[in-house]
Ligand binder design. Structure first.
Ligand code: HEM
Length: 402
């Protein structure tokens, strides 16, 4: 075998868009890994990508911005038509798709705006949202924790943090769900989400409030209204979907392990442990760190061509970490990479951890006897290459009204 392989011409692409990937991602990750540290996959029919499944290769890539760019425009120039997946991948003037100085400028505004959200204030916003939802489904004695709790919860929290009344949160949730799945209806989701964000900016431009949108509009780095619109477009989506999935994945682990759950409500095993377990072994943002080589290079034994997406598969890294740990090789305290490890590392992980743990603690305080209807191994997962996201998490409990 030559020291540097062209997986582009050799390997059959692994179809991460298939329904089978949602039900058995591990099998797909094994197939990719069998191709080497960098495999060859498809994010949508006809949309190919390199997929990095090896930790060393991932770190080398994430820490070398001279070679690797986050700007998708050279790739976009090669795309024919308007495949639905472009909704998640096309360039916009925001921190995620920027490199160098532009990246620092955009990122600074977001970090500063979020730093104005005090932990006690965020905790109260989370509790308020949990109470609104428990008041809705608590009296029924049964619920789907995905559609009745995790998703509407994040919509309520982020809609509120960005400054709109609760009545707008359902719209946000519906639009983002379509967009993230990347399927046929992704364009509808993108259009509706765009309308939501444009209306939000107009509302806050007319009248500021104690919210993230107003702080971004007034930031000393003076983003244009258009630039603020794109930061908000990114950040609402980046926050809502993965955090909803972080909470539902953690709840499914907690409820699927009765000994864990019985101790949880007595406080013996902290909720944080379940959340970190998800980040370590079942990360919700599985394949959405996408980079592009600035020029064709040999990398970890593979020719990586310029202007083709290179996905760092945090999902695969987490799976292989769990496998090695089960094999007795992986120290349990080794750091996970679910927040990323480049200059684009998630800027709000502390906020996210607070939201996730408070949401679960508050829910289980109100409903301490949540009982899963479906065994964890029979739960089903939403299609889509980017996320690890349950379709439903049905539970029963003693009816309760806050
Ligand atoms: C409050 C909720 C969240 C918000 C507002 C948020 C926001 C963001 C933003 C704006 C970025 C881009 C940063 C940049 O390009 O400089 C980012 C990156 C990232 N976020 Fe988050 N995020 C949230 C939750 C999460 C969750 C739950 C996960 C998954 C565990 C996650 C994983 C990541 C990763 C992996 C990246 C880096 C991707 C890369 O290297 O390209 N985030 N996040």
């Amino acid at each position: 075998m030559s020291p540097t392989t062209d997986v582009y011409s050799l390997a059959e692409p692994v179809r991460l868009w298939e329904d089978g990937f949602a039900s058995d991602p591990h099998g797909y990750y094994d197939t990719l890994r069998a191709q080497g540290p960098i495999g060859w996959g498809e994010l949508a029919p006809g949309v190919s990508a390199y997929v990095v499944t090896d930790r060393r290769a991932a770190l080398d890539l994430l820490q070398d911005p001279e070679i690797w760019s986050h700007d998708p425009r050279p790739w976009e120039a090669t795309i024919a038509g308007d495949p639905p997946i472009l909704g998640m991948m096309r360039w916009r003037p925001n921190t995620l798709f920027a490199d160098g100085e532009a990246h620092l400028r955009y990122r600074r505004t977001l970090v500063d705006a979020f730093s104005l959200v005090e932990p006690h204030d965020l905790r109260e916003r989370v509790h308020r949202a949990v109470e609104i939802l428990v008041a809705r489904f608590g009296p029924h004695g049964h619920a789907d924790l995905v559609s009745d709790f995790c998703r509407p919860l994040m919509a309520l929290i982020f809609n509120n943090l960005f400054g709109l009344p609760d009545s707008e949160s359902g719209r946000l949730d519906d639009a983002l769900a379509l967009l993230m799945e990347g399927g046929e209806r992704a364009a509808l989701g993108e259009a509706e989400y765009g309308r939501y964000v444009v209306e939000l900016i107009a509302t806050k431009t007319a009248r500021r409030g104690p919210d993230l949108t107003s702080w971004l509009l007034d930031h000393p780095l003076k983003l244009t209204p258009d630039e603020v619109t794109w930061q908000v477009f990114l950040t609402l989506g980046a926050g809502h979907e993965p955090t909803a999935n972080l909470v539902s994945n953690a709840l499914s682990r907690i409820l699927g392990n009765q000994s864990y759950y019985s101790t949880l409500t007595r406080g013996a095993r902290p909720v944080m442990e379940a959340v970190v377990e998800v980040l370590r072994y079942e990360t919700p943002l599985a394949n959405y760190a996408i980079y592009y080589a600035r020029r064709t290079i040999g990398f970890h034994g593979v020719w990586v061509r310029a202007a083709i997406p290179v996905v760092i598969s945090f999902g695969a890294l987490a799976y292989f970490a769990e496998k090695e740990y089960e094999g007795g090789h992986h120290p349990r305290d080794a750091s996970h990479m679910s927040w990323g490890a480049s200059a684009h590392v998630c800027p709000v992980k502390q906020h996210t951890l607070l939201i996730a743990t408070e949401a679960i603690e508050r829910l289980t305080q109100w409903l301490p006897d949540l009982d899963p209807v479906t065994p964890r191994e029979q739960l089903t997962w939403r299609p889509g290459p980017f996320h690890r996201s349950l379709t439903a998490l049905p539970v029963r409990f003693t009816p309760r009204t806050p």
